[in-house]
Design a protein around this ligand. Structure first.
Ligand SMILES: [Zn+2]
Length: 451
């Protein structure tokens, strides 16, 4: 059928790669084993491709051979990306806004690293001018790295979350933002009394949660050691009052942390049970790291439908440990990827995918390039229950996509001439790719970044 319409745009490119989900999972599938890598998605690679988009709705009409797509949409405008490759926008499911400028702080394990570098840096985000200037650069960096959706810890200060939401609003990107909650065990400049903390979050949720259909709120206890019993209870109540908010926190990142948690909570069955007992673990919870989860904890995380966000460059940097991705996925846990800057060392999901590969290679479980792309795109969308709208380039989804070009990095350009398949090119791009290869970035069909 020929559809004649002036509001249709066809993006033409040399290739299109995405990971698409062939199986429709029910929305609330806590008991379904969701996380088996490779069993539940299909890598699709098209060449001489056209991606047709309805500019009015921002949604994808279809992708396929350019000439066939062109014939189907007579009169559509064509944007020719030449040698470009179209991919879904990346989902960075765990990172810290106030740590943008502390990446590369040398030589400590988690707790000392927080005390030495991070808490002093985060303290400066009580200043609206500091937070505002950083927020502008933060969202620009996300766009420049092909990240269309991110899940972000702000600092403890309400003003920092407010200006970060404003920066996301202005940028056109999708963002899930949480004001980090801490009221004990840290310097006073990064603590906030739990009552004031809840009051500030009610205001943020009312103003920002669901705004434009692309900004959302996450209830964000940093981790169990920096929140009092009163604060944890209040945060769980807050989430219960607003059950469509997300919850994000950290768990079982390194062994030193496990010891401190065991000392602080001698009665607790294990680390996860502390969050469980407060009612903070459900299918809207994203748990950063989860490297040292026990078998019982993994089973319970899966049972709750909560997700683990794997942050490989951060784990390598702090020496936190090597996540057993196979065991985590085999338990049925949804796993997404996060840069976790500033312990993470790059905002580029290409670097994050490569490090995920290296960590599993250390465990003699090398991942296929398609699985890595899945983790950086559709898996993040699934963890956020946004996979009906984003994460792949299937018809009906919102047109969140990026266009990369090998030619923008000569060593990659040369490398891909020696590849035999899209999967080989995809993997070579993980090794050589960074923000230099991005040509354009689109959210709901609208161009937000043109390099
Ligand atoms: Zn983190």
């Amino acid at each position: 059928m020929v559809v004649a319409a002036s509001n249709i745009v066809i993006h033409r490119a040399a290739e299109l790669w995405h990971v698409t989900s062939p199986v429709a999972f029910p929305a609330s599938s806590g008991t379904i084993r969701r996380g088996r890598l490779g069993e539940r998605f299909r890598f699709e690679a098209l060449s001489n491709v056209g991606l047709a988009i309805d500019e009015t709705t921002g949604r994808i009409l279809g992708a396929g051979d350019f000439h066939q797509i062109k014939a189907r949409h007579e009169g559509a405008k064509v944007v020719d990306h030449g040698d470009g490759v179209i991919l879904p926008g990346f989902v960075d499911a765990h990172l810290h806004f106030p740590q943008l400028d502390t990446m590369g702080s040398h030589g400590k394990h988690l707790i000392q690293w927080l005390e030495t570098f991070i808490f002093p840096a985060e303290a400066s985000f009580s200043d609206a001018a500091v937070a505002g200037e950083t927020a502008g650069r933060f969202t620009k960096e996300l766009a420049a790295n092909g990240v269309t959706t991110s899940v972000v810890f702000s600092s403890v200060h309400p003003i920092a979350a407010e200006v970060l939401f404003s920066a996301f609003e202005a940028s056109g990107l999708r963002g899930v933002v949480g004001k980090t909650s801490m009221d004990v065990n840290a310097p006073a400049a990064v603590l906030l009394d739990w009552r004031a903390d809840i009051e500030a979050q009610e205001i943020l949720i009312k103003k920002w949660h669901g705004r434009h259909g692309r900004l959302y709120y996450a209830v964000t206890p940093r981790f169990v050691l920096t929140s009092s019993n009163d604060q944890m209870k209040a945060l769980a109540d807050l989430h219960a009052r607003h059950p469509d908010t997300f919850v994000q926190t950290h768990i079982s990142e390194c062994e030193g942390e496990l010891k401190s948690v065991a000392q602080a909570f001698p009665e607790a069955r294990d680390y996860l049970s502390i969050y469980e007992d407060y009612g903070l673990i459900n299918d809207r919870t994203l748990l950063g790291h989860g490297i040292w989860l026990t078998e019982s904890e993994r089973e319970r995380v899966a049972g709750h439908g909560a997700s683990v966000v794997h942050c490989p460059t951060s784990n390598s940097f702090l020496g936190s440990g090597l996540l057993d991705l196979k065991k985590t996925c085999d338990a049925g846990i949804e796993v997404a990827l996060g840069s976790d800057i500033g312990a993470g060392t790059s905002l580029s999901p290409w670097a994050t995918m490569l490090e995920a590969y290296k960590i599993q290679a250390q465990r003699s479980q090398p991942l296929e390039p398609e699985s890595l792309l899945y983790l950086a795109t559709l898996a993040g969308a699934e963890a956020l229950h946004m996979d009906g709208d984003i994460g792949s380039l299937d018809p009906g989804k919102l047109a969140d996509f990026q266009v990369i070009s090998f030619a923008r990095k000569p060593i990659l350009h040369e490398r891909v001439t020696r590849t035999r398949s899209p999967a080989e090119r995809l993997f070579a791009t993980m090794v050589h790719g960074d923000d230099r290869i991005l040509k354009r970035l689109y959210v709901a069909g609208r161009c937000l970044h043109d390099a």
